[in-house]
Write a protein that binds this ligand. Structure first.
Ligand code: TRP
Length: 449
């Protein structure tokens, strides 16, 4: 590892940036709608299994690769398996990170638009139908969604170009505590609603008859997306970890806080859904169509609405900077670019593709590839194909190929109290459990099973 390479300055920084990457639209937007569609409690239970039994070991695998090599994802595999085809997984990671960044920024742009609109009191005195129509009109228009996507990515550029410590770490240290405070405010408010008990029952009482193969596999995809797993995002971040950062503990804290935020998002949304007689299975529109109509019925709705979309925006931001950092580190280290040039190039590519994704709800909705709009195509290819393939290759690589002494050395570095048993558990999951489960998701994603 190069001696002069940047590292996160503090332990808090390590947690704030890693949790910041994990906590995002995946927790606050995707988790509630997936849980809503898939029967609430049953989905949560299986999601927990995948996060802690499959997710945590694969997070460790990415951490081991990243911290051991202290390199971008291409350099990391070159160092660990020179001349071998394992390094090809880094191209999957680079491609997928660009695709995810592009469509994710469109949704993040929507959250910015809704923050501004909410502050102007747009939900007041509107019927649910009018609010639904308003969202559709907005998302399919030619200008605003594109502008917000570009503005959102420009904010990313501004933070990322300042570098790892001054940009990413400093911003995460400020935003993550803010995010938790806003979340707690909402949770308290939500628990006082008349529909709280029903909402809690929906979220926490598993209805085992609701468990079908599609629920199981949906929960697994959710666990991976939510933990930022499979494309080397965590390889890149852990390359900035210090030698004594305890990897297993960091992965458990990340998984724990990530799960906590998803559950809090559920606690915030479902009581409101039941209080105002809405449908929990509304799908991806749950947050953008159902919530505003709920806010419109609440006293102080404009304030709550503004805060909620601000929360979503902040959570998205700490996630997108982690996606962009994958390509930025790659351009910097593999091509000797300056931080600013590498950032401009990464964000520039995302802006170009992001504009196309933003327009795919309106002007470009006629362009279909394999029957999908660009937005859906990017989402589908990256989430259902590239992410599981990447995750599987990474777990097989660390479980079977990487020298066991490296795995052990990294897991126990820093005097962590992890015992031989702990190392064995992680390795067992990486060798057997993770590849088999991920393989199933992949087959499911392609519609093979
Ligand atoms: N985990 C983030 C969320 O839940 C999204 C994310 C960030 C991500 N980096 C990633 C997903 C890398 C997959 C791969 O919103």
């Amino acid at each position: 590892m190069k001696d002069n390479r940047t590292q996160f300055a503090t332990r808090l920084g390590v947690i704030a940036t890693t949790v910041g990457s994990a906590v995002g639209l995946g927790n606050i937007w995707r988790f509630p709608y997936e849980a809503g569609v898939h029967g609430g409690g049953a989905f949560l239970l299986i999601d927990l299994f995948f996060i802690f039994i499959i997710g945590v070991p694969v997070v460790c695998a990415e951490f081991i690769i990243g911290r051991h090599t202290g390199s971008n994802i291409r350099g990391a595999f070159r160092a660990l398996a020179p001349g071998k085809p394992w390094g090809l997984v880094s191209y999957i990671g680079l491609a997928a990170s660009v695709l995810i960044l592009s469509f994710y920024s469109v949704v993040a742009g929507w959250t910015m638009h809704y923050t501004v609109k909410s502050a102007g009191g747009f939900t007041a005195r509107m019927t649910a139908d009018a609010l639904h129509a308003q969202f559709d009109t907005f998302a399919s228009s030619d200008v605003l969604p594109v502008v917000w996507t570009l503005v959102f990515l420009a904010v990313n550029y501004f933070i990322l170009s300042r570098g790892v410590r001054k940009g990413i770490e400093r911003m995460s240290n400020i935003l993550m505590p803010m995010l938790f405070v806003i979340l707690l405010l909402f949770t308290v408010n939500s628990l006082t609603m008349p529909g709280a008990a029903e909402g809690m029952r929906f979220l926490f009482m598993p209805d085992f008859s609701a468990i079908t193969p599609s629920v199981v596999l949906g929960a697994m995809g959710q666990a991976f997306f939510s933990l930022s797993l499979g494309l080397g995002c965590l390889i890149t971040y852990s390359s900035y970890f210090k030698r004594d950062t305890p990897l297993l503990r960091t992965s458990l804290i990340t998984a724990g806080l990530d799960t906590l935020v998803a559950i809090l998002a559920g606690i915030i949304i479902f009581p409101a859904v039941f209080t105002f007689g809405q449908e929990p299975a509304a799908g991806p529109k749950l947050v953008f169509e159902v919530l505003p109509s709920i806010f419109a019925n609440m006293s102080g709705g404009a304030v709550w609405s503004t805060l909620f979309f601000l929360l979503l925006f902040l959570a998205s931001l700490t996630s997108t900077i982690s996606m962009a950092e994958i390509t930025i580190a790659y351009f910097e280290e593999e091509f000797g670019m300056s931080r600013k040039t590498a950032t401009a190039l990464s964000i520039g590519i995302a802006m170009t593709l992001g504009m196309l994704c933003a327009l795919s709800f309106g002007a470009l909705d006629g362009i279909k590839i394999f029957g999908m709009t660009l937005f859906d195509l990017f989402d589908y290819t990256s989430s259902n194909i590239l992410l599981p393939v990447g995750g599987m290759i990474i777990s097989v690589f660390v479980g079977w190929v990487l020298d066991r002494s490296v795995v052990k050395g990294e897991l126990t570095a820093g005097g962590g109290r992890i015992t031989a048993m702990g190392v064995r558990c992680v390795v067992f999951c990486l060798r057997w459990l993770a590849p088999v489960c991920i393989g199933l998701v992949f087959l499911y994603g392609l519609g093979v099973v």
